[in-house]
Design a protein around this ligand. Structure first.
Ligand code: OAD
Ligand code: ZN
Length: 252
């Protein structure tokens, strides 16, 4: 259990901050029952490496395998509800209306918790698009409107016939330019950044704490484990975000 003194020290910094940014990763959703990206896969998927499935090359080689993998992840995420960590961040935004969440998560638990200012870096797992971006990037496809043989893999784009894919960013792909531009603005204005539940392994999100720090921000990491970001954090609160974030908000 983290000592109260550590929580109070960071709560004091939060209380003084004018602009707060929160960078979140899969760890913030862990206590909602959503496995993190790098958690070992279970059951039928145990022999796969998620970093090998979340690529354009994997989809091209075997669209059904990658589609089925995302369907499996969607099924895990659908019943998930915000945990006390998501709710604490939404409460913090009530108090600091300029607070912005930059998230790598593809679930919608920050929205469900009531957070308003959210920059999504990696897309949304429930959304789909044409793999060929035939009507511009992205070309959204509502699969609820389509009928297709589900055991055969992804449906075909109604415009061009290319396979439909989840609207998430895969390894090696560019992040949405608009989200990146908004994030860059925020990073240069923030005076305190909470880095919550991210392994800090995937750029450019992994570089954002360092960017904010160079621009003058105080960096606070909330993660039960040490990460590459720990070295540049001014404070590391070692614990699950579902416990640490509510304590921080209470101590304000
Ligand atoms: P990871 O799965 O890489 O890391 C999850 C982090 O959460 C780890 O550092 C854990 O220590 C931490 N963690 C675990 N339980 C926690 C808890 N209860 N509270 C707080 N932290 C906890 O997830 P990300 O860093 O989000 O991209 O991964 C980054 C990106 O890698 C993902 O967005 C995904 C993948 O590429 C896409 O899908 C596009
Ligand atoms: Zn198309």
């Amino acid at each position: 259990m983290l000592p109260d003194a550590q929580i109070e020290q960071v709560a004091t910094l939060l209380g003084r901050a004018k602009t707060i940014t929160v960078l979140t990763g899969a760890g913030v959703s862990k206590e909602s029952g959503v496995p993190t990206f790098r958690d070992a896969l279970e059951g039928l998927w145990a022999r796969f490496d998620p970093t090998q499935l979340a690529t354009r090359a994997a989809f091209k080689a075997d669209p059904k395998l990658v589609w089925d993998f995302y369907e499996y992840r969607r099924e895990i995420m659908r019943p998930a509800r915000p945990n006390p960590g998501h709710l604490a961040l939404a409460a913090l935004e009530q108090r600091f209306p300029s607070l912005t969440i930059i998230t790598q998560n593809v679930d919608d638990l920050h929205e469900q918790a009531g957070s308003q200012r959210i920059i999504r870096l990696h897309g949304r797992i429930e959304a789909n698009k044409c793999a060929a971006d035939c009507q511009g990037s992205p070309t959204p496809v509502d699969v609820a409107q389509l009928t297709w043989e589900k055991s055969a893999g992804p449906p075909a784009c109604p415009h061009c016939g290319s396979p439909v894919r989840p609207d998430v960013v895969w390894f090696g792909e560019m992040l949405p330019a608009e989200a990146l531009a908004r994030a860059a603005d925020v990073l240069h204005q923030t005076d305190l950044m909470l880095v919550v539940g991210t392994s800090g392994l995937v750029s450019p999100a992994a570089d954002m704490p360092a960017v904010a720090r160079r621009a003058g921000a105080t960096i606070v990491e909330i993660n039960p484990d040490e990460t590459p970001i720990s070295a540049i954090a001014h404070h590391c609160l070692r614990g699950p975000s579902g416990e640490v974030l509510p304590r921080l908000v209470e101590a304000l």
